[in-house]
Design a protein around this ligand. Structure first.
Ligand code: ARG
Length: 598
């Protein structure tokens, strides 16, 4: 889907047309001016001018589509009404041509000088202090019992993208990696570890492959009832602070965490050790949370367990949705921990907004936690609670992505393969590069391809994992954007000019220059859009359209040819520099690196 097609077109501009300097979305500015004109010709004030980006340059840059609706309401001829609006609208120095198309669409052609002026003054400002929020971002959050697998990719990278993007806008971002380190499985795992360490095996070796270790302990657990009893006993001991169990547990967790941190680094994801706030960190709060819920009458006793019944989520027969917060045996659950975490994030971290990037299959759980958290006052309504769910990564057979033998694909293996495949491609494309460069480029291309293939799909959809498509140099892919970037950089090398030093005025004459300038001006508002709705594909589509607009510009508008006048040349170089910067900045917000050569 193209960016223009989803009707998310805004831009941040500096409007100097009326002598005043202020930053405003281009769409907002046009909407204001058209609303004023519509009121002036007697159109009811609740009729929207319906500003939208034009699909094609021949239909102008923007369209105002509100005349038809207004005319219908007023019983007037829509084209006549559109003419009246055009005659009234004050866009001096901003737009230089209007056309009425079809039943009453108004096509708006913006002034080239206005675009040039706005673009040369564009700065990527931070939000005003008053709009800066404290945003807690719960992402990645794998269970530590096993190795990270492909199922953890989406939460990790979508959450990382939003963390980068919100930080870029000036928000205070607090990442929270809510790792699962505390379930019943850990009794079994530490009982197994105890045996293997008893055989003289160092922990690092025993836990060399967490997947294998997990299988071994599971086998043990199922076959040996004595072992199973011990495992159950160890869970209880672990949770009540027994030193021996804690020590074994810590050894296990340290190895598993190190493995995850290694993956984050390979993925170029900003999650660090200090962002880990695992389930166990809330252990001491759970009792208090459940007692509090009971005291407030939010949780009630049900066959010895403590349960929150939620009529808000009743099934079709009217039965309220149950959420167990304490088992009859006294054990706490995933839900109790999430409530404690919510209380901590609001109370201690002072979050204004909490984003959860978790699989769509946990939607009911999140709804239960949010509703209960509100009722208990852990999150007042001033705090925005948002579960941003996502679909599943599928194999080419349309079923969840698996190995050939049907096992889960380890994330570490997937990343190794991505880099290997990218290396092959880079060698095919350019085998004159030094060996070290090839390796470094392959790393960025391979990892970028995997991430971009995921981020560029509408978050809520499932998608099919396809090596060939994601590593293609054509189409909406990371390699295409990285390649576009290297092409622009090569222009500056050829001209022996430092892109940062070009400060000349922009002169926009050709249609391709205009299209590119308009795209460049839209960057900030795309960022704001993604910051609001947390759909990174909007940014991907934008970057793809920007790269395409650049390529078209570069085909039609010579830059370094001798025949090009000096002023024009400098202006075009400036457009090149802005394009490269915007691509690099946008890719960086996606967590994707660029390079000078490819
Ligand atoms: N560890 C959980 C899982 O792997 C995800 C945790 C998500 N975050 C949360 N606060 N519940 O399914």
């Amino acid at each position: 889907m193209l960016y223009a097609a989803v009707n998310l077109q805004f831009t941040s501009i500096v409007d100097n047309a009326h002598g005043k300097s202020y930053t405003m979305q281009l769409k907002t500015l046009l909407t204001q001016r058209f609303s004023a004109a519509m009121t002036a010709v007697g159109i009811p004030s609740d009729c929207s001018p319906m500003l939208a980006l034009s699909g094609k340059p021949q239909f102008g840059d923007y369209q105002a589509n509100g005349a038809m609706g207004a005319a219908k309401r007023m019983g007037k001829n829509p084209r006549d009404l559109a003419t009246e609006i055009i005659n009234r609208v004050d866009l001096d120095g901003i737009a230089d041509k209007f056309e009425i198309a079809g039943p009453g669409f108004i096509n708006i052609h913006l002034c080239r000088s206005f675009l040039a002026n706005s673009l040369s003054k564009q700065t990527h400002k931070l939000l005003d202090a008053a709009d800066q929020k404290t945003v807690v971002i719960d992402h990645s959050s794998p269970n530590l019992a096993k190795e990270m697998h492909v199922g953890h990719l989406r939460s990790t990278i979508i959450g990382d993208c939003l963390s980068r993007l919100l930080e870029f806008r000036g928000h205070t971002v607090i990442r929270q990696n809510h790792m699962g380190d505390w379930g019943t499985q850990f009794g079994m795992l530490i009982a197994e570890l105890e045996i293997q360490l008893g055989d003289g095996e160092p922990a690092l070796l025993a836990l060399n492959d967490l997947e294998v270790f997990y299988q071994q302990s599971k086998k043990h657990f199922d076959a040996d009832s004595e072992f199973a009893d011990k495992a159950r006993d160890y869970v209880v001991k672990l949770q009540s602070g027994d030193a021996h169990c804690r020590k074994l547990w810590k050894q296990f967790i340290d190895v598993s965490v190190a493995h995850n941190l290694d993956i984050y680094q390979k993925l170029n994801v900003g999650l660090l050790k200090q962002h880990i706030k695992p389930e166990s960190a809330y252990n001491d709060d759970l009792e208090a949370v459940v007692t509090d819920l009971c005291k407030r009458g939010i949780a009630v006793d049900s066959d010895g367990a403590k349960v929150v019944f939620l009529p808000e989520l009743a099934d079709k027969n009217g039965n309220p949705s149950p959420m167990i917060v304490q088992k009859s045996g006294g054990g706490f659950l995933y839900a109790s921990t999430d409530l404690a975490a919510l209380r901590y994030r609001v109370g201690d971290l002072k979050a204004n907004r909490i984003l959860y990037f978790i699989d769509a299959r946990q939607s009911l759980h999140m709804k239960q936690v949010f509703i209960t958290g509100r009722k208990a006052g852990y999150a007042p309504h001033s705090v925005s609670l948002e579960h941003h769910a996502f679909g599943t990564m599928m194999g080419s057979d349309g079923r969840p992505f698996k190995t050939r033998s049907g096992g889960t694909v380890k994330l570490a293996d997937l990343l190794v393969e991505a880099v290997q495949r990218a290396e092959k491609l880079v060698r095919e494309k350019n085998n004159t590069l030094p060996e070290a460069d090839i390796k470094a480029i392959a790393q960025k291309v391979g990892i970028g391809a995997v991430k971009y293939a995921d981020l560029s799909i509408t978050r809520t959809n499932d998608y099919i994992f396809d090596w060939n498509a994601m590593l293609s140099f054509e189409g909406n892919t990371a390699p295409y954007l990285q390649y576009a970037y290297t092409r622009i950089r090569s222009i500056f090398r050829k001209a022996s000019i430092d892109a940062k030093t070009i400060s000349s005025a922009l002169i926009i004459t050709e249609q391709q220059e205009k299209n590119l300038a308009l795209k460049l001006l839209q960057f900030d508002e795309v960022i704001d859009q993604v910051a609001a709705d947390c759909y990174p594909h909007t940014l991907c589509s934008y970057l793809y359209e920007l790269a395409s607009a650049f390529m078209t510009f570069y085909e039609h508008c010579p830059v370094l040819k001798d025949s090009v006048e000096k002023d024009t040349q400098l202006s075009r170089l400036k457009l090149c520099a802005l394009s490269a910067d915007t691509l690099a900045c946008g890719l960086d917000l996606l967590g994707i690196e660029v390079m000078e050569h490819m």
